[in-house]
Structure formats: structure tokens, C-alpha cells
Write a protein that binds this ligand. Structure first.
Ligand SMILES: NC(=O)c1ccc[n+]([C@@H]2O[C@H](COP(=O)([O-])OP(=O)(O)OC[C@H]3O[C@@H](n4cnc5c(N)ncnc54)[C@H](OP(=O)(O)O)[C@@H]3O)[C@@H](O)[C@H]2O)c1
Length: 255
């Protein structure tokens, strides 16, 4: 990463019990320009053993409880984070938590669709709304655009790309998931447009097909293969990136 990249004080990531969220916390903790505060949220902090171990090793990690679909949980978290970040606000929110259900056209039900829409799209909007005052607070203290000011990263997926639908028949097995990610991409576009005036940048990110509980063991990449690129990409984000759908290498993914 360029030594001239301005620093970020605080990052909050959802879904850090395992998979990519855990990997991102580790990658950010190990980075040469590690933020002062890494807020790792998960549904059951006491059960997140690896994350607990990591927080013993790096003193900038704080673990806080969040079930992204619960309003009560979101409000409790905002209170706790406000106390942690103080007047500096929150510089970077990574909406990483998500869920997949395998459901083809034959199998898919209304319950599948609504459940995944709530977890992968509605919750990201509600978590973002809950943290907007803290993101705006951080943005007020700097100029330009980037993670030194305020950034929202929505963890999307290439399966949500409408243009790429004919390219991968495998994604026809995950109707609820891919449709929820397409909707998440629309959320990214709306947020980028709405929050431009506040100096808050927003992107959708495809992290690569990774070996996690969700990605499965056929995936060509490990979390560790993608995380350094993601960390570097987020630190390099600039005004022209806002409202874009990027992959872990920083390349544009077609909508
Ligand atoms: N892996 C891939 O190949 C791939 C590709 C493209 C995009 N992505 C995206 O990357 C993100 C992370 O995926 P992953 O592969 O790391 O998945 P994963 O291994 O299945 O982990 C999912 C994480 O989300 C959390 N989560 C689920 N529902 C939640 C809720 N209601 N509240 C709070 N946390 C919740 C889980 O927490 P619990 O431990 O409590 O269940 C877990 O920490 C997802 O948004 C996914 O769509 C992944």
C-alpha cells in the first residue's frame, strides 16, 4: 500500500465469527496502517473462539454483539460504538454478514426469498441507517473522499450481476441469494448518490469465490488470498469509486 495513503481511525465489520469477516479483521489487524480501532461484530461473541484469540493478540480489536436483523441489537451496538469512537465518529462500515440458501427455480419458496432478502439486503440498509450519524460525524472532520473520511462497503457477489447471468449456470441454484445481492447493489447506488453531499463513499464489493462455510471447499481461493487485496483496495478508494461494483482486485464488475 502506498505510504501516502491517509489513515483510517475506526472500522466496523459485521459477521466476524468466521469466514471472510474474521479474515478481514485479521488482515486489518496485521496491516502496516492498521486502524486505531477494529470493531468486530458477531451474533454470539462468546462462541467466536478464533475471533476471541485474535483480540488477545491485537489490542485494537473490540468484539461487540450484533444480529444484523434485530433492531434492538442494532440500537445497542450503536450506543456501544458511540462510546468507543467518541467525537471521531466511525470511518468505515463493512456490511459483510450474509447468508445463502440453495434454492433453484424448482425449489425456491416465498419464505426463502423473504428470509434472505431480510438478511442480505434489508439488514444492510438498517445497519447503515443506524450508523449514519457516526459516519457523518467522521466525514465532517476531513476533506476528500476515502477511508480517512467515511466509507461504506457492501459485501456483494458476482452472482448478483444481471449482465453476467448467462455466464455461470451454477448461480441458477441460488435464486434468493443472487436476487438479494442484486438488490444490495441497488442499495449501494442509492447510498452513493444520497451520501455524496456528506462526503461518504459507498461501494459494492465482490470478494472472489472463497473457501468458507458459504463458498464451500470447491472455491478456488482461500480467504487469505483475497484479504490483502481487499484491505489495500479499501484504503485506496477515492471519489470516482463511489457507486461502483468492484472485485477484490479493484476491477469493475458489470451490474
Ligand atoms: N465465500 C464466498 O465465496 C463469497 C463470494 C461472494 C460474496 N460473499 C459474501 O461475503 C460475505 C461473507 O461470506 P462468507 O463466505 O464469509 O460466509 P460465511 O462463512 O457463511 O459467514 C457468514 C457470516 O455472516 C454471519 N451472519 C449471518 N447472518 C447473520 C446475522 N443475522 N447477524 C449477524 N451475522 C450474521 C455469520 O455469523 P454466525 O457465525 O453467527 O452464523 C458469519 O459470521 C457474505 O456477504 C457473502 O455473501 C462470499
Amino acid at each position: 500500500m502506498a505510504a501516502s495513503s491517509p489513515n483510517c481511525c475506526s472500522v466496523l465489520i459485521t459477521g466476524c465469527s468466521r469466514g471472510l469477516g474474521l479474515g478481514l479483521i485479521k488482515g486489518l489487524a496485521e496491516a502496516s496502517n492498521s486502524p486505531e480501532l477494529l470493531i468486530a461484530t458477531c451474533r454470539q461473541p462468546e462462541a467466536a473462539q478464533e475471533l476471541q484469540e485474535l483480540s488477545k493478540k491485537y489490542n485494537n480489536i473490540r468484539i461487540l454483539q450484533l444480529d444484523i436483523v434485530s433492531e434492538e441489537s442494532r440500537q445497542k451496538l450503536v450506543k456501544a460504538v458511540t462510546a468507543l469512537v467518541g467525537a471521531q465518529g466511525l470511518n468505515c462500515l463493512i456490511n459483510n454478514a450474509g447468508e445463502n440458501i440453495s434454492a433453484s427455480l424448482d425449489d425456491v419458496t416465498a419464505e426463502h426469498m423473504l428470509h434472505i432478502y431480510e438478511t442480505n439486503t434489508v439488514a444492510q440498509l438498517m445497519v447503515t441507517k443506524a450508523f449514519l450519524p457516526l459516519l457523518k460525524q467522521a466525514a465532517q472532520q476531513n476533506s476528500g473522499m476515502g477511508w480517512h473520511r467515511a466509507v461504506i462497503v457492501n459485501m456483494s457477489s458476482i452472482s448478483g450481476s444481471i449482465q453476467l447471468v448467462p455466464d455461470d449456470k451454477l448461480f441458477l441454484q441460488v435464486y434468493p441469494y443472487r436476487i438479494s445481492k442484486t438488490a444490495l447493489n441497488m442499495l449501494t447506488k442509492c447510498l452513493a448518490e444520497d451520501l455524496k453531499v456528506d462526503g461518504i463513499l459507498c461501494i459494492s464489493l465482490h470478494p472472489g469465490w472463497l473457501q468458507t462455510d458459504m463458498g464451500g471447499n470447491q472455491a478456488p481461493m482461500q480467504v487469505e488470498d483475497s484479504v490483502p487485496s481487499i484491505v489495500s483496495l479499501i484504503a485506496r478508494l477515492r471519489e470516482e469509486d463511489s457507486g461502483c461494483f468492484l472485485d477484490w482486485k479493484g476491477e469493475i464488475v458489470p451490474w
